[in-house]
Design a protein around this ligand. Structure first.
Ligand code: PMP
Length: 355
């Protein structure tokens, strides 16, 4: 049961761009008739069956029902997108009037918030995380003005790997007048609770998750957004009618039944081992704690370390040019063999360096 009233909903609807509030969405051929039909002559499809000649369900009901069962969230509170990147872009298109509204975002964080903002011609007011990557709640709230429509928080945060305390995010939800987008792409690797547990208490909360990480389905491009039903129905109206293709939905329906716990537990165990091993390499100055499937490490010379790994055909992410991440590499947790190889290269480099 939703724990907000009509007044709250009216306030949220005021945040939506006027043209979107008034939008008459495209009505697909399959939207217009709800009864049971045997002969489809309505959508200009090729009638000869090859498994993919018909348009897919624009509402993705079966897939959403599976997501609903896994996450314990009603179908009306779920959006499925072409990766969570689609949901990020929709947030801008739904709430932000180009060259007028602004968004607040933490830094360093996931790069797409900025790219989507630039594409949509929306100002980003970045607020640098504290030196230990904790959340500067007051500074975030102080950056907001009447034109601030969205605030992007990423927890666990990419690239720092840490999660933010729920109480701090709740304070922001209560005090910020716009929508708070909490990107939980890495939540399955964290011991903290997802904000989905309080979704229906906050009509200004949008939670993003993805099937690209713990669920191991990055190639299918399936991202999830969760919010109050009023916001989700706007997402449904603004998205491309057939944003998810049938092949992807069929694959996901099969693969979503898998138990991810064993793989997630293995990744978390490897994370602990990699963090310990990296910590014993002298040129690694700091290994940041991580709730995600990667670790951020500060090294003596990030460029050289990166090149050494590349020469051995191991690629990591060089984050050293990003403010707050000077000297840092972000290393994804791989299989035990892949991690061993990466550690072996770093140790060899260290030895050759010492003598
Ligand atoms: N959010 C975060 C924090 C990410 O790191 C990523 C991908 N690296 C995404 C969202 C996008 O995920 P996808 O589009 O694959 O769902």
């Amino acid at each position: 049961m939703a724990m907000y009233d009509n007044q709250d909903v009216a306030r949220i609807m005021q945040l939506v761009r006027p043209n979107i509030r008034q939008l008459k969405p495209y009505s697909t051929a399959r939207d217009e008739y709800k009864g049971s039909i045997g002969i489809f002559l309505d959508a200009n499809e090729n009638p000869f069956n090859n498994g993919y000649n018909r348009y897919p369900d624009p509402r993705q009901m079966e897939l959403k029902q599976m997501v609903s069962a896994r996450k314990g969230i009603a179908v009306e509170n779920i959006f499925v997108g072409n990766g969570s990147d689609e949901a990020i872009d929709l947030c801008f298109r739904i709430f932000c009037v180009p060259s007028k509204n602004n968004v607040i975002a933490i830094a360093p964080s996931y790069g797409m918030y900025h790219v989507s903002a630039d594409i949509n011609d929306v100002e980003v007011r970045e607020v640098q995380l504290n030196e230990d990557f904790s959340l500067p709640v007051d500074a975030l709230l102080e950056k907001a003005d009447d034109n601030s429509k969205l605030m992007f928080l990423c927890s666990p945060n990419n690239p720092s790997g840490n999660s933010f305390p729920k109480e701090q995010i709740v304070r922001i939800l209560n005090e910020f007048r716009g929508m708070v987008v909490v990107d939980e792409a890495y939540i399955d690797f964290s011991d903290s609770d997802s904000l989905l547990t309080i979704l229906l208490q906050h009509p200004n909360l949008i939670v993003l998750q993805t099937l690209s990480k713990a669920y191991g389905l990055a190639a299918l491009r399936l991202g999830l957004a969760f919010a109050c039903k009023e916001v989700m129905s706007i997402f449904a109206r603004v998205k491309y009618p057939y944003n998810i293709n049938l092949a992807g939905m069929e694959c996901a329906k099969q693969l979503l039944q898998r138990d991810i716990n064993t793989e997630v537990a293995a990744i978390k165990q490897e994370r602990a081992r990699v963090i310990a091993a990296l910590g014993s390499i002298p040129s690694v100055k700091k290994v940041y704690p991580s709730d995600a499937n990667f670790v951020l490490v500060r090294v003596g010379d990030a460029h050289t370390m990166y090149d050494v790994l590349i020469a051995a055909q191991v690629i990591v992410r060089d984050r050293s040019h990003i403010k707050g991440c000077e000297g840092c590499l972000r290393i994804t947790i791989g299989t035990p063999e892949e991690n061993d190889r990466m550690l072996e290269i770093l140790k060899k480099y260290e030895e050759s360096h010492l003598y």
